[in-house]
Design a protein. Structure first.
Length: 248
């Protein structure tokens, strides 16, 4: 059941030149119960008084099943955007209105396929960050594999990249590929890939027998990857999608 509440900003930092990581706590002191992969809606008004809202995935790393006190999101700056004005300039201690959680872009207990293909661009990687404790438990069984393909123009735009790299090194069965479309790292890593996520996806040889796929981020990437997966024979129920659309 979605709830309405106020959030107070308690911490923030820049993840990239145009992306801000924000950490909130509920003003009423209550924890937030959510399933990793779900999102919140931030409610506010345009300058003319018209009500509007924006959706942001919860990126908090908890234990994967319990409510969390700290509610973390990542916000991309949109030139002239109303949400950018609100969240980009929000001072520590500032309060916003929110509701949630919403959404079903979550790992499913009934899934039995041996490999998970997680694809993301931009802030679309945020829900996968929240899923890391669940992924760790999933992989501990020893019969699964998770591959995260994360697309960015350059190394500086790989949000939470070092966290995913560290998780991959510590977690057998998890592979992280930074897919850089514009500029390679100054010191390339063996797991790096060149080009767009959907092109790297084809190299993995997706199959209906083996894979469940999650697509999150830029609509163009989501649509292109969806097409690639269908061409490899994945049925639509094995492809979960969440599109991130920049709104003014």
């Amino acid at each position: 059941m979605a709830d309405h509440f106020q959030l107070r900003l308690v911490d923030s930092h820049m993840l990239a030149p145009s992306v801000r990581h924000l950490a909130f706590e509920r003003v009423d002191g209550q924890p937030l119960a959510f399933v990793p992969g779900q999102f919140l809606q931030v409610h506010f008004h345009y300058d003319d008084g018209t009500a509007t809202k924006r959706s942001y995935s919860v990126g908090t790393i908890g234990n994967g099943s319990s409510p969390v006190q700290r509610i973390e999101i990542a916000v991309s700056y949109v030139e002239g955007g109303a949400a950018t004005k609100l969240l980009g300039e929000l001072p520590h201690g500032g309060v916003i209105d929110a509701s949630g959680p919403y959404g079903r872009f979550c790992l499913q207990d009934a899934d039995a396929h041996p490999r998970y293909l997680l694809l993301a661009t931009g802030t679309g990687v945020t829900p996968y960050r929240a899923m890391l404790p669940q992924i760790e438990k999933l992989l501990a069984k020893g019969d699964r594999e998770v591959v995260l393909l994360y697309g960015a123009r350059n190394e500086g735009e790989l949000l939470y990249g070092e966290e995913f790299e560290a998780f991959a090194q510590a977690t057998p069965g998890f592979t992280f590929h930074g897919c850089l479309s514009r500029q390679p790292r100054a010191t390339p890593r063996s797991t790096d890939r060149s080009g767009h996520v959907q092109n790297v996806l084809a190299e993995l040889g997706p199959s209906a027998e083996r894979d469940i796929a999650y697509l999150c981020g830029n609509p163009n990437m989501v649509d292109a990857a969806f097409t690639v997966l269908k061409e490899f024979g994945l049925p639509v129920p094995q492809i979960r999608r969440e599109k991130y659309i920049s709104s003014r």
